[in-house]
Write a protein that binds this ligand. Sequence first.
Ligand code: FUC
Length: 790
Amino acid sequence: MKLLKRSIHYFIFLSLTLPILAQESSNKLWYKQAAQGFEQSLPIGNGRLGAMVFGDVDEERIVINEESVWSGSKVENNIPVGYKHLAKIRQLLGEEKFTEANKLMKQAFKVKNAPKYAKGISAFGRYQVLGNIHLKFLGNKAKVSQYKRELDLNSALATVNYQAGKQQFTREHFVSAPDEVFVSRFSGPISFSISMDRPERFKTSVVNKHELLMTGALNDGFEKDGLTYVARLRVIAPNAKIKADGNKLIVESQEEVMLLLAAATDYRGIAGRQLSDPFKATSEDLDKAEKKSFTELRQAQKADHEKYYRRVKLNLAESHNSALPTDQRLAAYRKGKADPALAALFFNVGRYFLISSSRPGGLPANLQGIWAEEVHTMWNGDYHFNINTQMNYWPALSCNMVEMQEPMNNFIASLVEPGSKTAKAYYDSPGWIAHRLTNIWGYTAPAGMDIGGPAWLCEHLWEQYAYTLDREFLKSVYPIMKSSIDFYLHNLWEEPENKWLVTGPSASPENGFKLPGNKRGGSGICAGPTIDMQQLRELFGNTLRAAKILGIDAELQKELAEKRPRLAPNQIAPDGVLQEWLKPYVEREPTHRHVSPLYGLYPYYEITPEGTPEMAEASRKLLERRGVGQSTGWANAWKVSLWARLHDSKMAYTFVQQMLNDNCFDNMMSLFRPLKNGKGKKLFQIEANFGLTAGIAEMLMQSHPDSPAVDSRPLIQILPALPKEWSTGSVSGLLARGAFEVDLKWQEGKLVEARVRSLKGQAAKIRYGSVTKDLKLAAGESKVFTLSDF
Ligand code: FUC
């Protein structure tokens, strides 16, 4: 009897604690030591303001960021020459005279004020660090024990806890979206000096006795002053002694101390916060925040973060290693120790990063999200349109963060005006175009000839409609899609051999091919690379569909329906591989990081194993040829989704593993590329974090239609690529196309329960294994499916 009672207690204990434990290990980054570099720091943010907390006991460094801290300025970039040579360039491309075409391109597509890299200065500018807060702790020098530094993803709080002698120290940090401030609290008694700096162009002064003001002007690209930034840090400690020491403050307090930081620039770009005066704005932000207690600020921030973060929950089994500090946990995983919950943690980090770096009213997440610790950021910390920026938003819809799309939507809209000027200048064309990359100043001129970017950006807009069925939204973005179509329609031409409609001059990002006939040299410039044609089929299809839904543009609908089938089709090369270019040219780098022709498999869905089995097989062959070796984070992350779309759980998992092994810092920020022989600089680039989150969601649930036909219905596929390593688990709150929320539970690799809630009453289909069923639910209605339903 006693034994029975005990085991019942034990059972209750287990069933109560296990889910909590699973939550902990999938929602917390934690360490037993301070960060040695940014790759171990704790990143926090509210979309606009970011911080990275290092947590050293004696000398804390906190890197601070503000999303519009960009050098450079708005200047003219276009040189209107290209259109005069377009006909000739197209003729040369049609004749496969690539060397001649390239020569002419160099004259035709010149730009003014092009981006510069490394330490170069240009009007294109660069996203850069706002600065550092330095705290030097004075007083208690007793031996430190029980040090713990952690980031709670659930509530977006970074904490440092330790004991020194008999005193317990706690530091808490968060960035609040509702109150627009960075907040820190230090338990007392405590004394420290505090200062702020940045690598260049700054002046720090003490104002109002308890405030530090750091300000300066960034370079406008011509060694003159560009944008003005302001960071204001206020010490809130009513009973403390605070004195100025040069441009530092010295604080001595018997009680806890709170720090509030507000920051702003005078950037007035279309997508930025409309500020008249960053000095005034930061003062006002601080005055408002100061009226609240720490608890009030924290409650508001926590509720705001949780509203988004808690929509989705992923539980994967824990192992013995799941309880280790994150750095040790990663090391154990890399030695082959199982830890399914580690993948759930990585998945959650991506969601956390998007909520923390992309908020309504702000700029979209750039190559660094918002977290950068230097002035000379890699690739200028800009927005690349041939994979990176779009990948940042891959998890936004499937992981139920629709609101986080807004900065990107506004940003895309802001490109139409400069992009129309560029279209006119280089192509004498209506509509808008942007090339490989942009900044916050509206750069749309050539910078690499990938011209599918706008079509890809329009996918982002359409997909928000596909997931939400928000007709008003569709109506508001339709003009952007239509104007993009105007550009492409005007610039398509018939290639001579098959009379297909093609783009060009263009490129398959950023791969090149050997010249036909084994001539010396090679080219990236070409006509109708596979990716462009897929993107145009997608854009034509989505715009046609949008026009139908909105009941407008009958003429355009006709034209799109007529021209879509004439676009150059996907082709299979003689060696069985999905072809990257119009002809089966030999790629210069078979293991190239870009997998552009697979755009049609993911994110678009015109290639599917059921709908186009031969193309799916050719896609598989291309993926196999690209290999499994070390690569950029984003390449690996993309491959998770690509293999998931091929329903190959083993390969999809291989790339999850690859990411965790090779492309993941101790703080789970994504490492751009593994170092060669441990040499080189460790570079952080964020899109792989987002790509992986989207990839894991894609392994658990897919919702794209099984055909690209314009009248196709969403198809919810349950556990389409579940790896054996995640044989038991659950996920809830995923969003499916057609406005459905989906919760799944599975055990021993098999579905236990799928709960589908329809938000808008859209007819769809649902599939598990090889069984497909019609799904007809009224708006607000849910249905539970179990294994016996399939
Ligand atoms: C694309 C990629 C690079 C890098 C850069 C920011 O050009 O090919 O690898 O990610 O964007």
